[in-house]
Design a protein around this ligand. Structure first.
Ligand code: NAD
Length: 276
């Protein structure tokens, strides 16, 4: 292996679920800029059109499909279509996720963190619980299964799952089902990695801290919320989708060939605690 080619993904066939916004769009940009053929799966046709048009105008090989990861049959068909179109499937990012807040505490503002009556356990509806588990846990399971069906026969593949710091520690501003789904997904990654290792398929997780995206109605775009979180994050800023480029390329490329079953935090040190 030539060292300068360690991070090469040219010609790879790549799928990113939830790829039309935020962190997923960061993965799309990183892989497509490296010469991969990337297909974003997303619920939002308007965002798919906008982002594929923008990226194609820069000469990148990006396309999109409207896919709901909770519709497992449609997801399977879409994965099959991409694999047939490109003759292979090299990398799948299982990234689509939602955060239908609120949690039982609000974000810090002015040194205060109010309790939210509407985020209390007694008010947590079955619909909210089921929808969150359906997208953030069951949707990842279905994505991994669809990927394995193509990768196992070829004895090759990379699966990368977006988990969260919430998989390991409680974040009271986010709802209960989100914690549970992300913790479940983190362990799913380890179990599937163990099963697929002998087939030369790696399965790893990226665990973001606070990233400015459209999740939860884009609440982290609020400058007041951002400055409160920035105070607590050791690097004193929130993450932006381009912060994902390096880690996405590492886990998708030959550079990480011997890494599997790992969850890598990317959080400006937030998971370590407060430094000042
Ligand atoms: P985002 O809302 O900007 O992007 C998520 C994308 O997923 C959207 O385009 C949305 O349309 C799509 N999506 C939602 N439900 C879907 C479904 N059922 N099928 C297909 N697509 C669907 O949010 P983001 O912050 O970029 O979130 C991406 C992932 O990162 C999620 O799994 C989220 O839990 C995780 N995450 C985000 C943060 C953060 O601070 N932003 C922190 C930790 C983990």
């Amino acid at each position: 292996m030539i060292i300068s080619e360690l991070f090469g993904v040219r010609g790879y066939s790549v799928i990113v679920t939830g790829g039309a916004s935020g962190i997923g769009l960061g993965y799309v940009e990183a892989l497509a800029s490296g010469g991969a053929r990337v297909t974003m799966f997303d619920l939002r046709e308007d965002r798919i059109t906008e982002e594929t048009t923008r990226l194609r105008s820069s000469g990148l090989e990006v396309s999109g499909k409207v896919v709901d990861v909770t519709d497992h049959a449609a997801l399977e068909r879409a994965v099959d279509e991409v694999a047939a179109e490109h003759g292979r499937l090299d990398v799948v990012f299982a990234n689509a996720g939602i955060d239908p807040g609120p949690g039982f505490l609000g974000a810090w503002v002015g040194g205060e963190r109010p309790r939210f009556a509407d985020g209390a356990l007694e008010k947590y509806t079955d619909e909210r619980w089921n929808r969150t588990i359906d997208v953030n846990l069951n949707g990842v399971f279905a994505t991994l299964r669809a990927a394995a069906r193509h990768m196992r026969p070829r004895h090759s593949g990379r699966i990368i799952v977006t988990t969260s710091l919430a998989s390991e520690r409680c974040e009271p501003a986010i709802g209960t089902a989100y914690m549970v789904a992300k913790a479940g997904v983190a362990h799913l990654v380890r179990n599937v990695a163990l099963e697929l290792a002998t087939y030369n398929i790696t399965v790893n997780a990226i665990s973001p801290g606070m990233f400015v995206t459209n999740i939860g109605g884009g609440h982290l775009k609020d400058p007041a919320v951002q400055s409160e979180f920035a105070r607590m994050i050791p690097m004193h800023r929130l993450g932006l989708p381009p912060d994902m480029y390096g880690l996405a390329l590492f886990l998708a490329s030959p550079a990480s060939a011997y890494v599997t079953g790992q969850q890598i935090a990317i959080d400006g040190g937030f998971g370590l605690g407060s430094a000042d």
